[in-house]
Design a protein around this ligand. Structure first.
Ligand code: ADP
Length: 590
């Protein structure tokens, strides 16, 4: 489990990292493309800003009044040229328009009216745009004005008269508005010159700073030309990072928003893209903040992580559900198996019990037979003795020719023989082991037969029998078995009354109840001890002396009654003695 968690965590981390890199690369590619387009836009805006004034120095250089002033300087000529330059400058919208002689001395200028700003009388021979014009006929140069202190782009043109250089015409262009546009657009734009000095920027902090530290020779030359006047050109503090495939470079800069007092650690990472402007010797640089790229990439990583976690949670839930279902299925299967096993066990146990019970029934019958043999011997011997006596007297009567008396005697003998036949029939039935037949059994007749079997004992022990079983009481069962039940119950009752001195009485009744017929066998015996209440029907439970009882009678009876769909229970009479209640379903004819 722990291993799985670690693997999952590792896979998630890997996926997040991948998503981060993928999103970052995508966002950076978009940033680069956008940057390239914007750089192109800025380049053309710079070209436009400068190109608009290209014609001005040419125009000035061909003006005959300018030529006249340069050939023959005079106050009226200067005054006229000053006004012409002023008008032209105002019309073009340039910063300044002026004319210097071939020594670099300004003779006339558009700003002649302002004594503090006027170029007139100033010497510009050290300015590169002057030298370029002298040497090459034309020059262009960015610098901070030595007179005004305002930066500007200078375009110069040699003024010639018949191939002879007589002066230089110069226009100064204000590039500040470009910067304002960038600043307003929230851009980070730098324009550097050939020395890597930032002279235009959307951010004032970056202006007149060196992109990278300057060599001493360059510094010296800059001081000489006073290009950036008194600016100290401190390095910007740019740290170079790797160069991308697109040519863009990863750099970091002190955060301009953090202010100059911020610690060195307050740097921001940018993607720096460059576009050279070869005609000026400049390079435009665009810095794109990498923070949004990182945020986007981090968002992608977080989304990926969430997605993976969701997936993991979903699959864990699914797994758990499957697991639960499987466990439930297994539990159910186990339960079913258990039930089947128990059922099989019960079926087996039932069969074993049934077999045992049947054997016990058989054994019980034999035991009963054994017990009854004495009574039977008595029962058979008595009629036998009587028959013998009747036969002897009949012989005498026959010899006397008393035919009527002989016939009476013979009838008596026949009765006795019949009684013996009935007895032997009962014996046969009793010993027979057979399946229970279910028939309609008249309760009274079964009881009579049981009483007949026990008659000698009842008589000997002076037991009174009160029988009130209605003739219509017919139950479903097997006559012989029901007799066996009754015999058991009657014999137990007789046993219980052994110890009773007087009023030995059996009350036999049957009453119709909802479930069938309720047959009650009541005695006036000892009753049932409370302790034995629940054991009576157990096999081999007996309170009788050894040889007197096996403790099977009630158990067998119980089984038989139950086989007929009935019940057998015992209770004590309120006035003493026990009562056994046999409840059997009523037999309906047919
Ligand atoms: P056995 O008669 O061989 O003892 P039974 O199963 O017939 O076996 O009877 C079990 C026991 O139930 C008897 O030993 C006796 O204690 C008690 N019993 C049965 N019938 C009566 C009765 N009518 N009155 C009191 N006790 C009885």
């Amino acid at each position: 489990m722990a291993l799985l968690a670690v693997a999952l965590a590792a896979a998630t981390a890997l996926a997040c990292w991948g998503a981060y890199r993928w999103a970052e690369a995508g966002a950076r590619a978009a940033l680069t493309l956008n940057g390239d387009q914007r750089l192109g836009l800025y380049a053309s805006s710079i070209r436009n800003a400068v190109g608009r004034y290209d014609y001005l120095p040419f125009l000035v250089a061909r003006d005959h009044e300018v030529l006249g002033l340069l050939e023959q300087p005079s106050e009226p000529a200067r005054d006229a040229v000053n006004r012409r330059l002023e008008a032209a400058n105002a019309a073009a919208g340039s910063a300044a328009l002026y004319v210097v002689d071939r020594d670099g001395l300004a003779l006339a200028s558009s700003n002649w009216r302002d004594p503090a700003q006027s170029f007139v009388g100033q010497t510009y021979d050290f300015r590169p745009y002057f030298r370029q014009a002298v040497e090459d006929g034309g020059g262009r140069y960015f610098g901070i004005g030595v007179t005004t202190g305002l930066p500007g782009y200078f375009l110069s043109q040699a003024v010639r008269q018949a191939e002879r250089l007589i002066g230089v015409a110069v226009v100064k262009i204000d590039l500040e508005p470009l910067q304002h546009d960038w600043t307003a657009g929230g851009e980070r734009v730098l324009v550097t010159d050939e020395n890597g000095i930032v002279f235009l920027s959307s951010h004032a902090d970056w202006r007149y700073r060196a992109l990278r530290p300057l060599p001493a020779a360059v510094k010296a030359r800059l001081a000489e030309t006073r290009q950036y006047d008194r600016s100290d050109l401190k390095p910007l503090g740019l740290h170079d990072g790797p160069v991308e495939e697109s040519g863009a470079r990863l750099v970091s800069l002190p955060d301009p928003a953090a202010g100059p007092a911020a610690p060195a650690a307050a740097r921001r990472a940018y993607l720096m893209q460059e576009l050279p402007l070869p005609e000026f010797g400049w390079t435009i640089r665009l810095l794109s903040d990498l923070e949004p790229v990182r945020t986007e990439a981090a968002g992608a990583a977080v989304l990926t992580a969430m997605g993976i976690l969701l997936l993991a949670a979903a699959s864990a839930l699914g797994y758990q559900r499957r697991q639960t279902l499987r466990l439930q299925r297994e539990a159910r299967a186990m339960l079913e198996r258990r039930v089947e096993e128990r059922t099989a066990e019960l079926v087996t146990a039932n069969r074993v019990l049934r077999e045992a019970q049947e054997e016990l029934v058989q054994a019980g019958k034999l035991a009963a037979l054994g017990q009854m043999s004495a009574a039977l011997a008595h029962e058979i011997n008595q009629p036998l003795a009587a028959i013998r006596t009747f036969v002897a007297s009949t012989r005498l009567l026959a010899e006397r020719g008393e035919t009527v008396l002989v016939r009476d005697n013979l009838a008596m003998i026949g009765d006795l023989a019949e009684r013996m036949a009935v007895l032997s029939g009962h014996l046969k039935d009793f010993a027979r082991k057979g399946p229970a037949r279910v028939e309609a059994v008249p309760v009274a007749r079964a009881m009579d037969r049981a009483l007949a079997l026990l008659a000698p004992r009842l008589r000997d022990e002076d037991i009174r029998v009160e029988q009130a079983i209605p003739a219509e009481a017919r139950v479903r069962g097997d006559a012989v078995r029901l007799e066996q039940v009754f015999v058991n119950l009657l014999r137990n009752a007789a046993d219980a009354m052994d110890a009773v001195a007087d009023d030995r009485r059996l009350t036999l009744t049957a009453a119709r109840v909802a479930e069938g017929w309720e047959i009650r066998i009541r005695d006036t015996g000892t009753g049932i001890a409370e302790a034995h209440q629940f054991q009576l029907f157990d096999p081999f439970f007996t309170t009788k002396e050894v040889g007197q009882g096996l403790g099977l009678g009630l158990s067998l009876s119980y089984g038989i009654v139950r086989d007929f769909g009935g019940t057998l229970r015992a209770e004590n009479n309120p006035d003493g003695g026990a009562c056994f209640v046999v409840l059997l379903p009523e037999a309906h004819d047919g």
